[in-house]
Design a protein around this ligand. Structure first.
Ligand code: AMP
Length: 145
């Protein structure tokens, strides 16, 4: 009989047990124009989403703040820049953790970030780990012990 996440001790939980799998994660591609990224961000309601390359490897992240900074001119919003600039020109670097890392590594990674990306051995994007997911497990454990 296989063990569910709830049956596992804290020390046995792996990042992959807690991550949101890639198929459920909103993301953009390196060559998308900023206007597409902004639509994804506004449509999903997230402040930032991962950026993937054409082979689904993790490349970075893009946030609403970065996009708004890019279109803020001296006297007006330069909205034409939304179609001129590509995601890879303005994206941020992002922290990643391996899918087979223990919970404690995921916890350390989300102390400074609301989410981190999860990658497999060759560096392909497999999901995200959110601070919320880690906090939920810690809360459950607090009441269980
Ligand atoms: P949450 O803990 O659910 O508030 O998520 C924290 C951050 O993780 C969000 O602001 C997003 O940047 C990112 N995030 C969470 N869920 C998703 C998702 N399904 N797709 C893309 N990004 C997500």
């Amino acid at each position: 009989m296989s063990m569910t996440r709830e049956d596992k001790q804290l020390e046995e939980i792996m990042v992959a047990d807690l991550m949101i799998p890639s198929e459920k994660v909103a993301h953009v591609q390196l060559n998308n124009p900023l206007e597409h990224a902004l639509l994804v961000l506004i449509g999903s309601g997230y402040f930032a989403v991962p950026v993937l390359d054409e082979s689904n490897k993790l490349a970075g992240s893009i946030s609403k703040t970065v996009i708004l900074d890019q279109i803020l001119g001296n006297e007006r919003y330069e909205v034409e820049r939304l179609s001129q600039l590509k995601v890879h020109e303005v994206m941020d670097k992002i922290v990643s953790v391996p899918h087979d890392a223990p919970l404690i590594d995921g916890l350390k990674a989300v102390i400074d970030e609301p989410f981190v990306c999860v990658v497999d051995e060759p560096g392909y994007f497999v999901g995200i780990l959110t601070r919320r997911a880690i906090l939920k497990v810690l809360k459950r454990e607090y009441y269980r012990r």
